[in-house]
Design a protein around this ligand. Structure first.
Ligand SMILES: [Zn+2]
Length: 236
Protein backbone atom coordinates (compact mmCIF):
# COMPACT_ATOMS: atom_id res chain seq x y z
CA UNK A 1 0.00 0.00 0.00
CA UNK A 2 1.53 3.28 -1.11
CA UNK A 3 2.09 5.70 1.73
CA UNK A 4 1.24 9.37 1.33
CA UNK A 5 3.27 12.06 3.09
CA UNK A 6 0.21 14.14 3.85
CA UNK A 7 1.19 16.41 6.75
CA UNK A 8 3.07 19.53 5.55
CA UNK A 9 6.09 20.27 7.78
CA UNK A 10 6.61 23.62 9.51
CA UNK A 11 9.88 24.29 7.71
CA UNK A 12 11.45 22.68 4.68
CA UNK A 13 14.75 23.20 2.87
CA UNK A 14 15.27 21.92 -0.67
CA UNK A 15 18.94 21.65 -1.68
CA UNK A 16 19.70 21.00 -5.34
CA UNK A 17 22.57 21.33 -7.81
CA UNK A 18 21.20 23.43 -10.70
CA UNK A 19 18.68 26.26 -11.03
CA UNK A 20 15.92 24.08 -12.56
CA UNK A 21 16.44 21.01 -10.35
CA UNK A 22 14.12 21.90 -7.44
CA UNK A 23 11.21 22.67 -9.77
CA UNK A 24 11.66 19.51 -11.82
CA UNK A 25 12.35 17.29 -8.78
CA UNK A 26 9.86 18.47 -6.20
CA UNK A 27 8.18 21.69 -7.41
CA UNK A 28 4.69 20.34 -6.79
CA UNK A 29 5.54 19.39 -3.22
CA UNK A 30 7.24 22.74 -2.47
CA UNK A 31 4.26 24.67 -3.89
CA UNK A 32 1.72 22.55 -1.97
CA UNK A 33 3.60 22.96 1.30
CA UNK A 34 4.13 26.71 0.82
CA UNK A 35 0.40 27.07 0.18
CA UNK A 36 -0.29 25.18 3.40
CA UNK A 37 1.83 27.61 5.44
CA UNK A 38 5.15 25.75 5.48
CA UNK A 39 8.24 27.99 5.39
CA UNK A 40 9.91 26.58 2.27
CA UNK A 41 13.42 27.61 1.27
CA UNK A 42 15.56 26.56 -1.67
CA UNK A 43 19.34 26.40 -1.80
CA UNK A 44 21.05 25.93 -5.16
CA UNK A 45 24.66 24.74 -5.21
CA UNK A 46 25.82 25.81 -8.70
CA UNK A 47 25.14 28.66 -11.11
CA UNK A 48 24.07 26.39 -13.99
CA UNK A 49 26.44 28.23 -16.36
CA UNK A 50 27.23 25.16 -18.47
CA UNK A 51 23.63 24.15 -19.11
CA UNK A 52 23.66 24.70 -22.87
CA UNK A 53 24.77 22.71 -25.91
CA UNK A 54 25.40 25.92 -27.88
CA UNK A 55 29.18 26.67 -27.93
CA UNK A 56 28.48 30.37 -28.59
CA UNK A 57 26.74 30.79 -25.23
CA UNK A 58 28.80 32.64 -22.61
CA UNK A 59 28.66 30.71 -19.31
CA UNK A 60 28.67 33.94 -17.26
CA UNK A 61 25.75 35.35 -19.23
CA UNK A 62 23.92 32.02 -19.04
CA UNK A 63 24.41 31.88 -15.26
CA UNK A 64 22.93 35.39 -14.94
CA UNK A 65 19.96 34.43 -17.10
CA UNK A 66 19.40 31.24 -15.13
CA UNK A 67 19.43 33.20 -11.85
CA UNK A 68 16.57 35.33 -13.22
CA UNK A 69 14.70 32.26 -14.41
CA UNK A 70 15.02 30.48 -11.07
CA UNK A 71 13.92 33.62 -9.18
CA UNK A 72 10.77 33.70 -11.32
CA UNK A 73 10.20 29.98 -10.73
CA UNK A 74 10.65 30.33 -6.95
CA UNK A 75 8.12 33.16 -6.97
CA UNK A 76 5.69 30.98 -8.90
CA UNK A 77 6.08 28.19 -6.32
CA UNK A 78 5.44 30.69 -3.54
CA UNK A 79 8.47 29.75 -1.47
CA UNK A 80 9.81 31.97 1.31
CA UNK A 81 13.29 32.31 -0.15
CA UNK A 82 15.94 31.02 -2.52
CA UNK A 83 19.72 31.36 -2.40
CA UNK A 84 22.68 29.94 -4.30
CA UNK A 85 26.17 28.90 -3.29
CA UNK A 86 27.13 29.80 -6.88
CA UNK A 87 29.71 27.09 -7.46
CA UNK A 88 30.62 26.85 -11.16
CA UNK A 89 28.36 24.33 -12.90
CA UNK A 90 29.94 20.86 -13.05
CA UNK A 91 32.66 21.70 -10.56
CA UNK A 92 31.12 20.63 -7.27
CA UNK A 93 33.46 18.65 -5.07
CA UNK A 94 32.23 16.56 -2.17
CA UNK A 95 34.57 18.34 0.20
CA UNK A 96 34.67 20.14 3.54
CA UNK A 97 33.95 23.51 1.92
CA UNK A 98 30.65 22.33 0.40
CA UNK A 99 29.62 20.42 3.52
CA UNK A 100 30.38 23.43 5.73
CA UNK A 101 28.19 25.66 3.54
CA UNK A 102 25.35 23.12 3.67
CA UNK A 103 25.65 22.74 7.44
CA UNK A 104 25.46 26.52 7.81
CA UNK A 105 22.28 26.59 5.68
CA UNK A 106 20.65 23.78 7.66
CA UNK A 107 21.52 25.39 10.99
CA UNK A 108 20.32 28.79 9.81
CA UNK A 109 16.93 27.66 8.39
CA UNK A 110 16.41 24.80 10.92
CA UNK A 111 14.14 22.72 8.67
CA UNK A 112 12.09 19.72 9.78
CA UNK A 113 12.37 18.27 6.27
CA UNK A 114 15.29 18.46 3.86
CA UNK A 115 14.74 17.52 0.21
CA UNK A 116 17.67 16.61 -2.07
CA UNK A 117 18.68 14.26 -4.89
CA UNK A 118 19.11 10.55 -4.15
CA UNK A 119 22.89 10.15 -4.64
CA UNK A 120 22.59 6.37 -5.01
CA UNK A 121 20.45 6.71 -8.12
CA UNK A 122 23.08 6.54 -10.85
CA UNK A 123 21.74 4.60 -13.82
CA UNK A 124 18.25 5.30 -15.18
CA UNK A 125 17.57 2.62 -17.78
CA UNK A 126 20.23 2.15 -20.43
CA UNK A 127 20.45 5.61 -21.90
CA UNK A 128 20.84 8.03 -19.01
CA UNK A 129 22.98 8.27 -15.93
CA UNK A 130 22.73 10.86 -13.19
CA UNK A 131 24.66 14.15 -13.45
CA UNK A 132 27.77 14.35 -11.31
CA UNK A 133 26.54 17.54 -9.60
CA UNK A 134 23.31 15.77 -8.60
CA UNK A 135 25.20 12.81 -7.10
CA UNK A 136 27.64 15.04 -5.23
CA UNK A 137 24.90 17.34 -3.96
CA UNK A 138 22.89 14.39 -2.64
CA UNK A 139 25.83 12.81 -0.85
CA UNK A 140 27.06 16.10 0.61
CA UNK A 141 23.56 16.97 1.85
CA UNK A 142 23.21 13.60 3.59
CA UNK A 143 26.57 14.03 5.32
CA UNK A 144 25.76 17.64 6.21
CA UNK A 145 22.38 16.73 7.72
CA UNK A 146 23.67 13.80 9.75
CA UNK A 147 25.79 13.79 11.69
CA UNK A 148 27.37 17.18 10.94
CA UNK A 149 24.51 19.69 11.42
CA UNK A 150 23.21 17.80 14.45
CA UNK A 151 26.47 17.71 16.39
CA UNK A 152 28.06 20.93 17.68
CA UNK A 153 31.68 19.88 17.23
CA UNK A 154 31.26 19.63 13.46
CA UNK A 155 31.69 23.11 11.94
CA UNK A 156 31.43 24.85 15.34
CA UNK A 157 31.34 28.31 13.72
CA UNK A 158 28.36 27.47 11.48
CA UNK A 159 25.62 28.15 14.02
CA UNK A 160 23.89 26.10 16.74
CA UNK A 161 23.38 22.39 16.04
CA UNK A 162 20.11 21.33 14.47
CA UNK A 163 18.55 17.88 14.02
CA UNK A 164 16.65 17.42 10.77
CA UNK A 165 13.92 14.82 11.31
CA UNK A 166 13.13 13.78 7.73
CA UNK A 167 15.06 13.66 4.48
CA UNK A 168 13.14 13.16 1.24
CA UNK A 169 15.29 11.96 -1.64
CA UNK A 170 13.99 12.79 -5.10
CA UNK A 171 15.02 11.28 -8.41
CA UNK A 172 15.13 7.97 -6.62
CA UNK A 173 14.88 4.44 -7.96
CA UNK A 174 13.32 3.35 -4.67
CA UNK A 175 10.38 5.66 -3.83
CA UNK A 176 8.56 4.66 -0.66
CA UNK A 177 6.47 7.75 0.08
CA UNK A 178 4.50 10.11 -2.16
CA UNK A 179 3.20 13.67 -1.90
CA UNK A 180 -0.18 14.38 -3.54
CA UNK A 181 0.43 17.31 -5.89
CA UNK A 182 -2.98 17.26 -7.61
CA UNK A 183 -3.62 20.86 -6.53
CA UNK A 184 -0.20 22.15 -7.64
CA UNK A 185 0.73 20.13 -10.74
CA UNK A 186 -0.09 23.14 -12.93
CA UNK A 187 2.04 25.42 -10.76
CA UNK A 188 4.89 22.92 -11.07
CA UNK A 189 4.53 22.99 -14.87
CA UNK A 190 4.61 26.80 -14.87
CA UNK A 191 7.67 26.87 -12.58
CA UNK A 192 9.54 24.41 -14.81
CA UNK A 193 8.57 26.49 -17.85
CA UNK A 194 10.24 29.54 -16.26
CA UNK A 195 13.59 27.93 -17.16
CA UNK A 196 13.36 29.03 -20.78
CA UNK A 197 17.11 28.74 -21.37
CA UNK A 198 16.76 24.99 -20.83
CA UNK A 199 14.15 24.61 -23.57
CA UNK A 200 15.66 26.04 -26.77
CA UNK A 201 12.80 24.51 -28.78
CA UNK A 202 10.11 26.10 -26.61
CA UNK A 203 8.61 25.41 -23.21
CA UNK A 204 5.24 24.15 -24.42
CA UNK A 205 6.02 20.52 -23.85
CA UNK A 206 7.39 21.18 -20.34
CA UNK A 207 3.98 21.25 -18.69
CA UNK A 208 2.94 18.13 -20.62
CA UNK A 209 6.09 16.31 -19.49
CA UNK A 210 5.52 17.45 -15.90
CA UNK A 211 1.92 16.26 -16.02
CA UNK A 212 2.86 12.85 -17.46
CA UNK A 213 5.56 12.30 -14.83
CA UNK A 214 3.22 13.32 -12.02
CA UNK A 215 0.50 11.06 -13.43
CA UNK A 216 2.86 8.12 -13.42
CA UNK A 217 3.86 8.77 -9.78
CA UNK A 218 0.18 9.34 -8.99
CA UNK A 219 -0.65 5.85 -10.24
CA UNK A 220 1.85 4.40 -7.75
CA UNK A 221 0.43 6.58 -4.96
CA UNK A 222 -3.26 6.08 -5.71
CA UNK A 223 -3.93 9.78 -6.40
CA UNK A 224 -4.24 11.80 -9.60
CA UNK A 225 -0.82 13.50 -9.50
CA UNK A 226 2.12 12.89 -7.17
CA UNK A 227 5.85 13.18 -6.56
CA UNK A 228 7.64 10.14 -5.14
CA UNK A 229 10.51 10.15 -2.67
CA UNK A 230 12.69 7.82 -0.66
CA UNK A 231 12.24 8.81 2.98
CA UNK A 232 14.76 8.75 5.80
CA UNK A 233 13.68 9.37 9.38
CA UNK A 234 16.48 10.71 11.54
CA UNK A 235 17.21 11.45 15.16
CA UNK A 236 14.46 9.19 16.53
ZN1 LIG B 1 20.50 19.40 -12.65
Amino acid sequence: MAELFSEPPGRALAIYAHPDDPDVSCGGTLAAWAKAGCEVRILLCTDGGKGSSDPRVDPVALAARRAEESAAAAERLGVAGQASLNYPDGELGDDTGLRGALVAAVRSHRPDVVLCPDPTAIFFGQDYFNHRDHRITGMAVLDAVSPAAALPHYFPDAGPAHQVTTVLLSGTLEPDVWVDISSTVDVKGEAVACHRSQFPDGVEWASTAVRLGAEDAGRQAGVAYAEGFRRLRLGG
